[in-house]
Design a protein around this ligand. Structure first.
Ligand SMILES: Cc1cc2nc3c(=O)[nH]c(=O)nc-3n(C[C@H](O)[C@H](O)[C@H](O)COP(=O)(O)OP(=O)(O)OC[C@H]3O[C@@H](n4cnc5c(N)ncnc54)[C@H](O)[C@@H]3O)c2cc1C
Length: 382
């Protein structure tokens, strides 16, 4: 063992995933350090997103993802009831002609995944252009408040005794092989806080850095994983009066969504065509792009949206949320949202995770528990 402070586990990245996994490990009796580069937990993708708690409707082309979403939706609402906003009606509108599903296919898909669906009331249908929208459905899908979620998980982490280091990044690491009788290998990590460096070691390291996973893998000498990154913009808007109390998602293709963003009391306007500003596959640009000033594409988004929903012309722009979105290339082809859970071949004490949705954390947790139970590297108490 090295002389540096030693933890059973170091979790790198204090988004929702890192926070939940740190809590899981701590509750199994481990000594855990959670390291976050930003000044607060849940400050990046876990905050800067569309806030949709997916209930399956969004994935008519991936039945498996839809069914998992249905299960995780119930679980998330059960666990985080005080962190979700259910005060609005959510309408899914099916575009005519250009959508990848028809209205009847969408209705059949919802029946198959047993997701509640009913025709939208006439006064809502009348808001849409019938030449472009085939049908409008009322669905059961809510939004989460990321600030309430942050407060809740931060409290739980402190109560459980997880050590938290914010304003701290992990910049390098190396594997230390123990040739002694105990033969417990570990990873030594260099942590930087405001220019000060310190070294810690752990027998298990979780890489929960989302758009930074490959940068971290490279910094410890591990192979990287093919990923695609997008610089994304969602406009924060005040919706038109006609749409008060409603969220709208137009399916299935290059359309838009208008979703409540509870932590700011506003709505996000996102558009499949205009929200991604640029994309790249090499890992090292992930954190550079977001720092570059960009011109908003709100006017493009709202111009297109009003072709389907004319009242959108009165949506008032307030601000934009920018974030790097990271997806696995497979998701691009079939619209699935698989989780990534991978132990490094070169540094077996390091596990990288990535989930495409906030609720997929439950799938990652299951994978971690199974891995720990099966692994002789981390003989944890159950
Ligand atoms: C535009 C957009 C819209 C989305 N919409 C939705 C949606 O509507 N519904 C949904 O369920 N999901 C949505 N998602 C996906 C969801 O946001 C992510 O799946 C989820 O937030 C990932 O959580 P995380 O903890 O892995 O990542 P993050 O919250 O990004 O956490 C990773 C953390 O790691 C930290 N970090 C990185 N590198 C280092 C380092 N070297 N040292 C220390 N710390 C480091 C970062 O600062 C960050 O806080 C959306 C994502 C984006 C980008």
């Amino acid at each position: 063992m090295s002389g540096s402070p030693h933890y059973d586990a170091v979790v790198i990245g204090g988004g929702f995933y890192g926070a939940r996994l740190a809590l899981l490990l701590r509750r199994r009796g481990e000594r855990v350090l959670l390291v976050e580069r930003e000044a607060a937990l849940l400050a990046r993708a876990s905050l800067r997103n569309q806030a949709r708690v997916h209930n399956g409707y969004h994935y008519p082309r991936s039945i498996l993802t839809s069914l998992r979403s249905r299960l995780n939706y119930a679980r998330f609402l059960g666990e985080y009831a005080e962190c979700v906003d259910r005060s609005f009606a959510h309408y899914y509108a099916i575009a005519r002609g250009t959508s990848k599903v028809t209205a009847s296919q969408f209705a059949e898909f919802c029946r198959r995944i047993d997701a509640p669906l009913s025709p939208a009331p006439d006064h809502v249908v009348a808001l849409f252009d019938p030449a472009r929208i085939e049908a409008v459905f009322l669905v059961d899908e809510c939004a989460f408040d990321a600030v309430k979620l942050r407060d809740r998980v931060a409290r739980e982490l402190v109560d459980a005794g997880v050590e938290i280091a914010v304003n701290t990044s992990v910049d390098r690491g190396s594997r230390i092989v123990d040739h002694g009788p105990s033969a417990v290998d570990e990873v030594r990590l260099t942590l930087s806080t405001g220019g000060e460096h310190r070294v810690v070691s752990a027998e298990l390291v979780l890489n929960c850095t989302y758009s930074g996973v490959n940068r971290l893998l490279a910094s410890v000498g591990a192979s990287t994983i093919p990923m695609k990154h997008e610089l994304t913009e969602m406009a924060l808007v005040v919706p038109p009066a006609e749409l008060e109390g409603a969220a709208v998602t137009v399916m299935d293709g290059p359309f838009f969504s208008l979703m409540p963003y509870p932590s700011r009391g506003l709505f996000t306007l996102s558009h499949v065509r205009y929200t991604p500003h640029c994309s790249w596959e090499e890992s090292d640009r992930a954190h550079e792009a977001i720092d570059r000033p960009q011109a908003t594409r709100f006017s493009h988004m709202v111009h297109d949206a009003q072709r389907y929903l004319p009242s959108m012309r009165a949506a008032r722009y307030v601000d934009s949320i920018w974030e790097t979105k990271t997806v696995m290339p497979r998701s691009e082809q079939d619209d699935s949202r698989p989780i990534l859970f991978r132990r490094s071949a070169e540094v077996p004490e390091l596990i990288t995770v990535l989930g495409a949705k906030i609720d997929s954390v439950y799938d990652v947790e299951e994978a971690l528990v199974a891995e720990l139970s099966a692994s002789r590297l981390t003989p944890l108490a159950s």
